[in-house]
Design a binder for this molecule. Structure first.
Ligand code: FAD
Length: 375
């Protein structure tokens, strides 16, 4: 089969891969995105926080992203049924928009810039010469010779594997996460509410759009087995112990389809080797309680696009720029992952959770001043 050449091959058409492809194509690079699925991914995050919205705004995408999404400015936290604190987001707050919608709109912008997408195409082999990736072979036999490769291919990244980068993936084993999409009720529409219990449960209820709500339930593995694996008649009894102000949603919860989500943290030893780099969940993963993965990924894509653009095809310069500009992102990510670990370890204990809570990281990301109020 024929071999195709391009400036940059991006493996994975999630938020990170699509956004990077868009930025690079706007800099005049020929970009091919390889995606194993038939389209952009359908499941993922719902919240885009202010740092991520600012990144989109810098590239003319914030209005588009916000047009069909919900804007909110508060999250109220509860412990054993009592409100314990509120986070207020200034300046337009955060955006609720299902992941697929957000990725699709960046994908549509990519299409206008001429980015090539190869769907139903998975990477079968990566040929290297020293620390340079030379060629990608796809499962359908096609070959791609890129100047630069970016692994934006999620937590089980084939690119990371091929580069031989050290990794530590740690599942949050004490907290099984389940999610359901249910009809929206008035109480859930009013406010985003995150409930914790001293028995190690959590429940997060928020509107997804005008008709639907999303409900996350986190619970200890022994309770998950008893409740979700043997039928769920006792689910409501458990939730009623600590979910108070959202009680009008109870009727919608029991018949819902509860999907299990695997949640792990991921720390890796390097974000690049030679002409290949890792982006998004291929590079780091933190507990979703931070709600910041997409914001950091969008900022990372900006930095990566600048480094690749400035290197202008010179592999030695690219390696230097990635060392200088992109590898330092590991420090910011490490801080976020540690923060997610602290939230996951303390939420059952009111005092410990409030002591661990870092509004600066949680609301604003890397270096801004928070507004935190008692409930
Ligand atoms: C439960 C949960 C909730 C979250 N909630 C939030 C939130 O509210 N706000 C927030 O900011 N962040 C949140 N996050 C984090 C956020 O989802 C990630 O930061 C973000 O999705 C990273 O984007 P990505 O492009 O790396 O990954 P992905 O969306 O995982 O994209 C990876 C793509 O690569 C493709 N792929 C994989 N392997 C191959 C291969 N070999 N060949 C070709 N293609 C391949 C996959 O099919 C997929 O399309 C959450 C995470 C979880 C787990």
């Amino acid at each position: 089969m024929a071999t195709t050449s391009c400036d940059v091959a991006v493996v994975g058409a999630g938020l990170g891969g699509c956004f990077l492809a868009l930025l690079l194509s706007r800099r005049g690079r020929r970009v091919v995105v390889i995606e194993q699925g038939p389209s952009v991914p359908s499941a993922g995050a719902d919240f885009l926080k202010p740092p991520g919205l600012r990144v989109l705004a810098r590239h003319g995408l914030a209005d588009l992203a916000g047009r069909h999404g919900l804007r909110r400015d508060t999250i109220r936290y509860y412990h054993d049924g009592d409100p314990i604190q509120e986070c207020r987001f200034p300046d337009g707050g955060y955006l609720i928009r299902p992941y697929r919608d957000l990725v699709e709109l960046i994908y549509a912008s990519c299409a206008m810039e001429g980015v090539e997408f190869w769907f139903d195409a998975s990477v079968a082999g990566i040929a290297t010469d020293g620390d340079q990736v030379e060629e990608l072979t796809l499962t359908d036999g096609r070959r791609l010779r890129p100047g630069v490769v970016v692994g934006a291919d999620g937590a089980r990244s084939a690119v990371r594997e091929a580069l031989g980068v050290d990794q530590v993936m740690t599942p949050y084993e004490r907290l099984i996460m389940r999610v359901a999409t249910v009809p929206l009720t008035a109480g859930v529409a009013r406010l985003n509410r995150l409930y914790f219990s001293s028995e190690g449960w959590l429940a997060y209820l928020y509107p997804l759009n005008r008709d639907e709500a999303r409900v996350f339930v986190g619970l200890p593995p022994e309770d998950d087995r008893a409740i979700f694996e043997d039928g769920i008649p006792v689910l409501l009894d458990q939730l009623k112990k600590f979910v108070t102000d959202s009680s009008d949603a109870f009727d919608t919860l029991q018949p819902a389809h509860w999907q299990r989500i695997k949640v792990s943290s991921l720390r890796v030893g390097a974000y690049h080797r030679g002409n290949a780099a890792l982006l998004g969940s291929a590079a780091f993963a933190c507990h979703p309680m931070t709600g910041m993965g997409m914001s950091y990924t969008l900022r990372d894509a900006e930095i990566l696009a600048d480094a690749i653009g400035d290197a202008a095809g010179d592999p030695v310069l690219l390696d230097r720029l990635l060392h200088a500009r992109y590898e330092p992102r590991r420090d910011a990510h490490r801080q976020l992952i540690d923060y997610g670990d602290a939230l996951a370890a303390t939420f059952h204990d009111r005092a410990a959770y409030l002591a661990a809570f870092r509004a600066d990281l949680h609301i604003f990301g890397e270096s801004e001043v928070p507004v935190l109020q008692p409930a």
